[in-house]
Design a protein around this ligand. Structure first.
Ligand code: ARG
Ligand code: ZN
Length: 875
């Protein structure tokens, strides 16, 4: 079945109040739903009422206290149909369903995770709990009663505020929760279990006290302190930056160990993958801390952008997700280093969204059709969606942007809104026509901007010939020109920006060229000497740029651009070009050679103490093998890419070893561990250099020492990765892996690092190694974190290990996915996207990949989720 945006129409009935009663039991949970239903004035009396279900067992149906005769309704696992509902305008429908949470392996609906009852309802999980109008435009007020044995479930949580609780016979107890804010069913949540709690409070700017709670496995409460701190900072930030306050008396977060995604913004009761809550210095890396901060903020920010204003239908998913990602990006930028955060975002966008947009799974930020909505929680909807919001701010400026946001909140609070509603508020406050701009929501594909620059010394004019194009994507062959805001600088010999006396050919305002037509010729007048162009500063538009820029100019930008992002971008362009050339040399059986200037620039940036260490670490991080593959574009041979990248790494290491060693020693942090951005940056630089130095030394000494002496997980896991990836033959490598397992064997989240490090050891032995690890006692195909750590990182981060010429990597992957699909289709479908770029492989691997995809496509009983991904990937 295909869902189309143009088929949207409001429901015939609304559900004003929803009263739920849960009698929890692992195998037989009984749910009683009492729905206050109203027929809309426009709905003819007697119009059938059809409620969604998914694998439901219906026990009974009553209307206004009268049980319904068999003929009056039809209940299947997939839906409940009332052929002739009462003709009066309001009635109460009472439905009893029976669930088996313990055998729910899909992690949608109500399930048990390590003995804790929890729910995941977005997007269509509520229908696995009871029959409902399970769509985001049906807003209802919920009152929820939860009953369970006190012994196994002392904690009983749901959305909103607790209004009643008490003891019952037989060792049971109950709690009643009421959420005064009307909400769609996807925001419903319930948790019950034996959990520890970290408690705190926050007083909002208007003086309202909010009780904060983070629930975790007993004994892990202290590992939630960083998350709590991040929550309070998020609450403060949203007040300061957007004037948005929290609106209930309680805000609870629960960490669960089986979760398909990162976290979920259920009203007043966020549920998190424990990976994004639990952290301390000995078990989590700096990257984990940063992720926790970002995701805690993201879910909290959804309270306004997502919950108070929700989506009309799932086509509008980016309305809440793109906007909320933008908000969490800005939060992290304010809490940490803006330039470093931006570079990290762009790296992620290029690594995940660009290949999605350039491959068979490409879709617009606001899709027009889907078969399985779960497959649209994508990098395009989230990350590109965020970039589109960022462009609105670039075009309008920060003040008009904030005015637009204020109007959006004021006008749509309580609504299920659309992208059109969102765009309209910005048009209104600014008087700007955003109709061309809105193509960013509707047109898939990464636009390319080709630029050629020329300078006329006689006329003192600098000219840019600019041409935009958007490549064809599935089911969209012809594209219209877009409004692309390109931030830029014309850089003079001393590194400062030159201001032209006049420009023509395109609107140029506040350092941004607004490209709107297919072709523009832009003249900058009054330019006394040839400038160097710094283009798409801060990545103002999510596009690719094709421009001939000399290595000299790029080196100049890498050293001098006043925009830090521009410096990073220039250097990474130089690295990419060097790597692509090296790749061609390797394919032609030649030894790659590298430009001395580039090698030296790397050394200079490493040593430049005027730059923050985190920036230097990013600048020295070479494009990944997957990045290089994407830049090569076709006929990918991962083995040759690996050789080329190693050669550049060696060349940089060899020429700069001495300087690197000094910085490495200087970055040795003393004193107690701090997870802040500055300390993390120093560790990042030190560990980046550790890799180079290990290559330069040609031995495992430094890494082995660091592994032994490290007192935090960032340094320990970095050393372990170097030992495992570079010095597998050295006994100290095996020893360190064994030591790590001994120390952390009983901590699954930490063991995920151990799986991941081994899954990403390059080379053809990887497939057997990963196969063996699937048999490890701590591993399980039913836990998403384990699966992503081992199978996910193998397939997406180990280019040489996965893309083997004989296809063994793909076959193993296909078999594993099919097995996962039996229990958890969403997880299987998501993993399968690792194959999306198969057509750009060289012919032998391409054929092998096609065969593996065909194995899945022709298997019996493949889920809708997985089938959708595989069929689009093969199409
Ligand atoms: N709304 C959640 C977030 O962005 C993601 C939940 C998606 N869940 C799913 N099963 N697809 O934070
Ligand atoms: Zn979200």
């Amino acid at each position: 079945q295909v869902f189309r945006i143009e088929d949207y129409r409001p429901t015939d009935y609304i559900i004003s109040h929803t009263r739920l009663d849960f009698i929890l039991s692992p195998h037989e949970t009984v749910v009683t739903a009492e729905l206050d239903i109203q027929r809309r004035a426009s709905t003819p009396a007697g119009t059938p009422l059809v409620l969604d279900g998914d694998e439901l067992e219906c026990v009974s149906v009553e209307i206004d206290g009268e049980s319904l005769p068999e003929a009056a309704f039809e209940a299947t696992p997939q839906k409940l149909t009332l052929h002739e509902p009462p003709s009066k305008a309001k009635f109460t429908l009472r439905i009893v369903t029976r669930l088996d949470p313990s055998s729910n392996s899909t992690l949608m609906g109500l399930y048990l995770s390590s003995g804790v009852y929890c729910t995941q309802c977005e997007p269509e999980g509520f229908r696995r709990i009871t029959y409902f109008l399970d769509r985001p435009d049906v807003l209802s007020i919920y009152t929820v009663r939860v009953e369970a044995p006190e012994q196994t479930a002392p904690v009983l949580l749901a959305n909103g505020n607790m209004i009643e609780s008490g003891k019952l016979d037989g060792g049971k107890h109950y709690a009643v929760w009421h959420d005064p804010f009307p909400k769609p069913s996807y925001l419903f949540a319930l948790v019950a279990g034996d959990l520890g709690m970290l408690r705190d409070e926050f007083v909002t700017s208007s003086g309202h006290k909010v009780d904060l709670g983070i629930y975790v496995e007993h004994g892990k409460e202290s590992r939630a302190t960083y998350a709590m701190d991040a929550l309070k900072r998020s609450m403060k930030w949203d007040e300061e930056v957007y004037g948005l306050e929290y609106d209930l008396d309680v805000f609870n977060i629960v960490a669960v160990s089986d979760f398909n995604m990162g976290a979920m913004e259920n009203k007043g009761l966020n549920i998190f993958n424990d990976k994004y809550v639990l952290a301390d210095e000995t078990t989590a890396t700096d990257a984990d801390f940063a992720n926790i901060e970002a995701i805690i903020a993201h879910e909290y920010f959804h309270n306004w952008t997502g919950n108070r204003i929700t989506c009309r239908d799932w086509f509008q998913l980016c309305l809440k997700e793109g906007l909320t990602v933008f908000r969490d990006h800005e939060f992290s930028a304010d809490q940490r280093s803006r330039a470093v955060k931006r570079i990290a975002e762009v790296r992620t966008l290029r690594a995940h969204q660009f290949p999605e947009d350039q491959g068979p799974l490409a879709h617009p930020v606001r899709p027009r059709r889907y078969r399985e909505i779960n497959n649209f929680y994508t990098s395009t909807v989230y990350e590109k969606g965020s970039e589109v919001v960022r462009m609105i701010r670039t075009i309008l400026g920060p003040d008009k942007f904030r005015e637009g946001m204020d109007l959006y909140i004021q006008r749509h609070d309580g609504d299920a809104a659309t992208i059109e509603d969102f765009i309209k508020v910005f048009e209104e406050v600014s008087g700007t026509d955003l109709s061309q701009f809105s193509l960013w929501y509707h047109q898939a594909g990464t636009p390319n901007v080709a630029i050629s620059a020329s300078y006329d010394p006689a006329k003192q004019t600098f000219t840019l010939d600019i041409e935009q194009s958007v490549p064809p994507t599935p089911s969209e062959t012809r594209k219209r020109p877009m409004h692309i805001p390109l931030a830029f600088g014309l850089i003079g010999p001393d590194g400062g920006d030159i201001k032209p006396s006049a420009t023509d050919g395109a609107t140029v305002a506040n350092g941004v060229i607004h490209i709107k037509k297919r072709k523009h010729t832009v003249h900058f007048h009054g330019i006394a000497s040839r400038p160097v162009l710094s283009i798409n500063r801060g990545f103002s538009a999510p596009v690719t740029i094709a421009m001939e820029q000399s290595a000299e100019d790029l080196l100049f930008l890498a050293r001098k651009d006043s925009d830090l992002f521009g410096r990073w971008q220039a250097l990474s362009l130089l690295f990419t070009e060097a790597l692509v050339q090296a790749f061609r040399a390797v394919r032609g059986q030649k030894t790659p050679v590298f430009d001395e200037g580039l090698i030296r620039a790397a050394g200079e940036i490493a040593a430049d103490t005027a730059l923050e260490p985190a920036f230097r670490a990013l600048a020295l991080t070479l494009p990944s093998e997957a990045d290089i593959a994407r830049d090569i574009g076709a006929n990918i041979d991962p083995a040759a890419i690996h050789i080329a990248r190693e050669a550049l790494l060696k060349a940089i290491a060899a020429s700069n070893a001495e300087g690197f060693a000094e910085i490495f020693d200087a970055m040795n942090l003393e004193g107690p561990f701090r997870p802040d951005a500055d300390s993390a940056g120093q560790r990042a630089l030190r560990n980046t250099l550790l890799d180079y130095l290990s290559v330069a030394d040609g031995n495992a000494d430094r890494a082995a020492t660091q592994y032994r002496t490290a007192s935090n997980m960032t340094d320990k896991s970095a050393a372990l990765a170097i030992l495992a990836h570079r010095f597998a033959e050295d006994q100290r490598s095996a020893d360190a892996l064994a030591d790590f397992e001994r120390k952390f064997g009983s901590d699954p989240l930490v063991m995920d690092k151990w799986y991941q490090i081994q899954a990403t050891i390059p080379g053809t032995a990887a497939v057997d190694r990963v196969k063996a690890l699937t048999q490890h006692k701590g591993f399980s195909l039913s836990n998403p974190n384990r699966v992503r750590a081992l199978i996910g990182s193998y397939s997406s981060m180990n280019q040489t290990g996965f893309h083997q010429e004989d296809g063994s990597g793909y076959r193993f992957f296909a078999e594993t996915i099919l097995q996962i699909d039996k229990g958890n289709p969403q997880l299987a479908a998501r993993l399968a996207t690792a194959m999306r770029s198969w057509r750009s492989l060289e012919p032998v691997r391409r054929e092998a990949a096609r065969e593996a995809l065909t194995i899945i496509a022709t298997s019996k009983n493949v889920s809708t989720d997985l089938r959708d991904i595989i069929e689009r990937t093969l199409a």
